[in-house]
Design a protein around this ligand. Structure first.
Ligand code: ASP
Length: 295
């Protein structure tokens, strides 16, 4: 699905994962996403930076407990909540990410701290947790009480066993940014890291586009989907829509499913998926406000 937004002063897209089941309604999730979209749109309208807006939007989606990320994440096969997140600023190409992070409410907030306060891009496991603690990030002292019971629900027939949240934006100054946060695959192996925190695979932003992916992470890593969108734009001179479709088709050809959201420097928005559906919300300065789960 594409949205013509040529020359938009700002543009924004959110996603809540490409794992929805047709057998249930997502009205609650869509209503919440509409609120997050409106708040983020107001910030962009007022001149906020794309980096701040995508970070705040993903934090709100994490906190909702409605998606497989943050509060809504499911534990791994050992019953431990190991979460992944990344944020990238297209204007500076600075990025921060955490992988297999245990014990903190907002992995995207920790990723932002990695971006701002370390010379590194990605911190994993115990080192990431020690860093988050030292930064004063909000801890989860009692995981069983904090994480929503909905997250540990059995997978419904036909439902894809994963989920993620993400945001991409172009701000009034023309800067692009992307953020992604996930609990990863349901029942994943301890230590498994998906595409979301890997810059270039699940999350990417530069001067051409900002991309946040959702789907079977292993395939997104093998196809390097997020950075491939930018490569197609610059090397193959493809439009944002063609680049997104091509990158996703390359991943799907390996046997994966999922989708992505992307914005480009013109304010164009693309939100294609090769799965049953994808929870997503789109907005731009021209008045676009569109939240939906299926086509
Ligand atoms: N891509 C995520 C992962 O593999 C899961 C998802 O987006 O649904 O960790």
């Amino acid at each position: 699905m594409g949205q013509s937004g040529r020359g938009q002063a700002w543009a924004l897209a959110l996603h809540g994962g490409a794992g929805p089941a047709r057998s249930r309604s997502y009205e609650r999730e869509e209503a919440h996403m509409r609120g997050v979209l409106d708040a983020a749109a107001a910030e962009l309208e007022a001149g906020a930076s794309a980096l701040d807006v995508v970070g705040a939007a993903v934090a709100a989606l994490e906190a909702s407990g409605m998606h497989i990320a943050g509060r809504g994440a499911a534990p791994n096969a050992d019953g431990v909540w190991e979460l992944d997140a990344a944020i990238m600023d297209g204007a500076t190409r600075k990025a921060g990410a955490v992988a297999a992070l245990v014990g903190f409410e907002s992995p995207i907030a920790v990723a932002r701290c990695v971006l701002e306060r370390t010379p590194h891009v990605l911190l994993a496991g115990a080192g990431a947790a020690a860093f988050a603690r030292a930064q004063g990030c909000a801890p989860v002292p009692d995981p069983a009480a904090y994480y929503t019971p909905a997250a540990s629900r059995p997978v419904a027939p036909g439902e894809l066993a994963h989920g993620t949240v993400g945001a991409v934006a172009k701000d009034r100054a023309g800067r692009l940014a992307a953020a992604t946060s996930t609990g990863g695959l349901l029942h994943k192996m301890p230590g498994r890291v998906g595409d979301a925190p890997l810059i270039g695979a699940g999350t990417w932003a530069d001067g051409r586009c900002a991309v946040s992916c959702t789907g079977q992470g292993e395939l997104f890593i093998r196809a390097n989907v997020a950075a491939d969108v930018s490569a197609r734009i610059v090397y193959a001179r493809q439009s944002l829509h063609a680049a997104c479709a091509g990158a996703l088709a390359d991943m799907a050809a390996l046997g994966g499913d999922g989708g992505l959201i992307a914005v480009d420097a013109d304010g164009e928005i693309a939100a294609p998926f090769v799965s049953d559906g994808m929870k997503r919300g789109l907005a731009n300065a021209g008045g676009l406000r569109d939240v939906r789960t299926f086509r």
